[in-house]
Design a protein around this ligand. Structure first.
Ligand code: F6P
Length: 517
């Protein structure tokens, strides 16, 4: 339940004019602006004032947040339904588990993946007698979205090394495109799968192996594979050389796994030092999350703002618009991180949650999206808060395109805030259609520059933000039971178990020729 104090603040501010809020308190903007690890968070265009922020912080404290955060960072069982800690921070040495088995395991695997990546990059690993020139990551969900985002975001930072490609879809054209133009003898496939039992990944892995066998022969094909998995035995049973299987434990959730051995393709393609800098940036955010005062703590304040918009002001969605081509995949990555974590409506005690759970996250890269769905953001009947992700260096760049990119981002935030009321003049109907209501809120996350470190900090900020929101909503952010039923039904359909299905589903299967009814 929302405490009455938050409801009262919500009623007071729900319809407040943003300009009036700004005028009423000159100190307000400073209280909604903070920076750490090369990232500035600006929430001054949110429908919040200092009193409501204080009330939100007090509410979080009242939920026992300090103890919950301690449990997370020290390896407590925070994922109750699976009886596990969530210690992905250990991979960036941002957890408080010094000297533990967890840390020893992390150090060991990091030494192994670094050595493997260096060998590949130096041309010492030659599965087909040639240096590896292309690495293809086969995985899905957290075993794909993180590595894919980071590879794209840091493409300009790659220190030489093989080209990186990704396969996630069961559409055969995905694999076909990933191998197109490659020299089969110079290919390395990395199968990333925590469970090593995900249908899409196993089928794509098998298809890759068959394709390779057709080119280099059955006996050689297996040599071109490495794996990152929490199920070593299954990876080895698949035919991967045990020396090329890199472990990670079950206390790393799939959507939190890019820091672990799942980053093997990145370490190989971008370089171990780039990957280490990415993890270091995340560690800096871990330290900030653990120690900064709550009202100046970026993940905490971002979570409070997103919770405020969702649970108090009632906006069911949030749009993420990165103004950087290199961050175009960020909305998709955040969709899994936030929606698989917070898309729940039952508490760990099995009770219906009294609050709605995390928002729908969607978006796309600016300015392209200004020419598409921004019309809906400006004049549609639903109000959706927007997160602008920008790069500070663009504002003073010598390249006019970067300055125009930055100016567009600022202009969009201002347009959403103020809107415009056109005078009726000779054509009141047209003036009404061209007017924009304004009063639409947004936040800005401004990266000094897009570097391995700021990217790591940005992702860690969102991971911790999700954790804080889970405390506010009273749900477990580390499980994902909702994805299981579809997997079971798919298997049943493939096995021809069609009894019990509704008439529409049976008719679809019959009409498409999948089964004869
Ligand atoms: O089905 C959901 C999910 O379990 C995600 O949480 C996970 O990231 C993805 O599938 C892939 O799982 P795996 O790494 O085990 O192949």
């Amino acid at each position: 339940m929302l405490p009455p104090e938050l409801t009262t603040h919500g009623a007071r501010l729900g319809e407040a004019r943003l300009r009036a809020l700004m005028a009423a308190d000159p100190g307000r903007a400073a209280s909604l602006l903070m920076a750490h690890a090369g990232i500035e968070l600006d929430c001054s265009k949110q429908r919040l004032d200092r009193a409501s922020l204080v009330a939100l912080v007090a509410h979080l404290e009242g939920l026992g947040f300090a103890a919950r955060r301690d449990a997370l960072l020290s390896g407590g069982i925070v994922n109750a339904s699976e009886g596990r800690p969530a210690l992905h921070m250990a991979y960036r040495h941002g957890a408080r588990v010094e000297g533990s088995d967890a840390e020893r395991l992390v150090d060991q695997t990091q030494a192994q993946t670094r050595a493997f990546a260096e060998r590949v990059r130096a041309g010492g690993f030659r599965p087909g007698g040639k240096p590896v020139s292309r690495v293809i990551n086969i995985g899905i969900g957290g075993s794909d979205l993180g590595p894919r985002l980071v590879a794209d975001a840091l493409a300009d930072h790659a220190e030489g090394g093989p080209e990186l490609r990704f396969v996630a879809s069961l559409d055969p054209s995905d694999l076909q495109h990933a191998v197109a133009g490659a020299d089969p003898a110079a290919l390395l496939f990395v199968i990333a799968s925590k469970s090593f039992s995900t249908q899409e990944t196993l089928m794509n892995g098998q298809a890759a192996r068959e394709w390779l066998a057709g080119h280099v022969g059955e006996a050689q094909a297996g040599r071109h594979f490495a794996a990152a998995s929490a199920a070593r035995d299954k990876a080895v049973a698949f035919g991967i050389d045990p020396a090329n299987v890199f472990d990670f434990p079950d206390w790393v959730g799939g959507r939190y796994s890019v820091w672990s051995a799942v980053g093997l393709s990145l370490e190989t393609g971008l370089g171990p030092d780039v990957f280490a800098a990415f993890r270091d940036g995340a560690r800096s955010m871990d330290e900030h999350f653990a120690t900064a005062p709550l009202e100046r703590n970026l993940p905490v304040v971002k979570a409070l703002v997103d919770f405020w918009n969702r649970a108090v002001l009632g906006h069911p969605a949030r749009c993420v618009a990165p103004y950087s081509a290199r961050l175009a995949l960020l909305p998709g990555y955040l969709q899994q991180l936030e929606m698989e974590s917070l898309g729940k409506s039952v508490t760990p005690g099995g009770e219906p949650a009294s609050l709605p759970g995390g928002a729908l996250v969607w978006g796309g890269s600016g300015t392209e999206v200004q020419h598409s769905f921004f019309q809906w953001l400006h004049q549609g009947s639903d109000v959706t808060p927007v997160d602008f992700i920008g790069i500070a260096r663009h504002f003073t760049s010598d390249d006019p395109r970067e300055r125009v990119l930055a100016a567009n981002m600022v202009a969009q935030g201002a347009a959403l805030l103020d809107g415009v009321q056109l005078p009726a003049g000779d054509d009141p109907a047209l003036a009404a259609q061209r007017s924009m209501p304004g009063g639409r809120v947004s936040s800005v996350l401004l990266l000094e520059a897009l570097t391995p470190a700021t990217l790591g900090a940005l992702l860690a900020l969102h991971e911790h933000k999700v954790f804080v929101e889970s405390v506010l909503y009273g749900i477990n952010p580390f499980d994902q039971w909702g994805v299981e039923l579809g997997k079971v039904l798919t298997k049943g359909i493939l096995d021809g178990e069609l009894s019990g299905y509704d008439a529409s589903t049976r008719a679809m299967l019959a009409r498409t020729g999948f089964v004869s009814d």
